[in-house]
Design a binder for this molecule. Sequence first.
Ligand SMILES: Cc1cc2nc3c(=O)[nH]c(=O)nc-3n(C[C@H](O)[C@H](O)[C@H](O)COP(=O)(O)O)c2cc1C
Length: 322
Amino acid sequence: MVSIGGVPISGKLCLAPMAGVADAAFRAVCRGEGAAYAVSEMISAKALMLQDAKTRTLLRRFPEDAPLGVQLFGSEPDTMADAVRKARDISGCEIIDVNMGCPVGKVVRNGEGSALMRDLPLAGRILEAVVKASDVPVTVKFRKGWDGGSVNAVELAKLAESVGVAALCVHGRTRTQFYSGRADWEIIREVKAAVSIPVIANGDVFEPEDAARILKVTGADLVMIGRGAMGNPWLFSRGQAALEGREVPPMPSARRRADLAEKQFRLALEAKGEKIACLEARKHLCWYLRGVPYASYAKEEINKAQNAKDVERCLRLIRTEL
Ligand SMILES: Cc1cc2nc3c(=O)[nH]c(=O)nc-3n(C[C@H](O)[C@H](O)[C@H](O)COP(=O)(O)O)c2cc1C
C-alpha cells in the first residue's frame, strides 16, 4: 500500500482538487465509489488568515472523506505557514497540499499557483516554511513547467524532496497550455525516476482503462482524476475494476445516476444551504446526464431549478422519463 509520509492510501485512484467542483459533497460521493484519497478545492492562504467566512466553508468535510489533503495557495512563506496551522485546526486534514500549478490569470498575477514554477528559490522557501509549520505530511501539486521553453518539473520535484515534501503530484501540461492539448505523461515518468518519494500522476484520465495506462506509462504510485470524475464518480469503481483486470461494469442507468446525484445534492444542502446547493446542482446534474440519450429537456429544466423542490422534481423526471 502506498503511504504519503506515513498516511496510508488504500487504493491507487484519487480525486483531484477542483475549485468549484470537488467540494465536500462531491468528494464524499467519490469516496463512496472508491476514491482512496482526495484533495480540497484550493484555498487562499491570505483569505484564510483574513477569517473570510466563505474560505472557511471550503474546509468542511464529511466523515467518509478521509484521508483528506487540504490545498493551500499563496506566495508568502509566513502567511502559508500560518494558514497551515489554521487549516489543520479547522479541518483536521491528514495532509497539506501546496498548489504550484494553478494557471488562472488572477492567481499567477499575484505570483501564486503556477507562477511559482518561474521562481524556484521562492517555491523552495514556501515549501520549507510549510513543511516546518505542518504536523502532518506535505505534498505539492505542479505542472510540467511554465511553458514549452521552460520545462522544470524535475528540478522542482528534486527541490521539493530536498526540503522534506512527502509526495508530489504532477499534471503533465505547462501553464501556458492551461487544459489544452494532451497531457505529457513522459514528464511524469521523468519526475518519478528522479525522486524517491511517491509520485501521483495526473492528466487526461477519462476512461477506466486510462488509469491503468497512466500508471504503467509513468511508473507513478497513484493517479489523480479531475475532469473525468465530474458527474461520474463511477470512474473510481470502474477504474478499480480495470486496474484489477476485472471486467469493467457499464455506465449506470439514468435512474442510478439520479440516485447518486441526489445523495450528492442532499450532502450539498447540508454543507452549503439551499440557495448555493441548488445553483450548483444545475451543473452537477447536467454532468451526471452526459451520454444519456434524450436528456436535453431534463437539462433545460435543471438549469431553471431555483430551490430544493425544483431539483427534486428534475430528479423524478430523470427517473421516470430517461
Ligand atoms: C474546474 C477545475 C478546477 C480546478 N481547480 C484546481 C484546484 O483548485 N487546485 C489544483 O491544484 N488544480 C485544480 N484543477 C486542476 C486539476 O486538479 C487537474 O490537475 C487537471 O484538471 C488535469 O487533470 P484531469 O485531466 O484529470 O482533469 C482544476 C481543474 C478544473 C477543470
